[in-house]
Write a protein that binds this ligand. Sequence first.
Ligand code: IMP
Ligand code: MG
Length: 200
Amino acid sequence: MPFLRGLKQSGHLLAVNDSSMKKRITAHDLTFETLIDSGEISAKVEAIGRQISEDYQGERPLFLCVLNGSFIFAADLVRASACECEVAFIRLASYDGTESTGKVKTVLGLDVPVKGRHVIVVEDIIDSGETMRHFLSDLKKMEPASIKLAVLLLKPEALKYPMEVDYLCFEIEDKFVVGYGLDYDGLCRNLPDIYQLAES
Ligand code: IMP
Ligand code: MG
């Protein structure tokens, strides 16, 4: 039995497993362990931000951030992109607990004109691809000049539809993750690292 140190952080019990150096947290009934640490995340987000600045030189892209999950990724990504840009938000939901409901609801509608704009959709995670497939098909009907996809996490094994991601931070295995904006029933969004559901 590895020695576990526990301390309270942001309402979660944070335990550091000294044998593997993985941090473990509990949220509701589940235990998660670190998958990607905050340093690795910022290095990747900054690299993607620089790439976007190069690709959109002389343009004024519109970052369309999908709430709630992308709020931290989006905040870091837009600050890492040096180009002149605008930022808008849309809220979609398809998840209930750790399971996709398969139904995509647009909770908060788009309130800026996108016709003729270069749009960069900013999404936290693509799992089955259902949410993006619905949203991208709606977005195309609004006739933007171009659409690109900036995504923090992609689970290739879970994809049900082919999905082209233009700016991707990390591919991960098909396990539920939390932290850096992603939640498990409302908890864990404030954690700086990304955590994966622990085996036991
Ligand atoms: P999809 O429609 O199955 O691709 O799911 C997309 C949405 O479900 C994402 O935008 C997330 O908000 C949520 N989601 C998918 N996988 C996870 C996960 O592992 N942790 C937390 N939220 C997730
Ligand atoms: Mg999302």
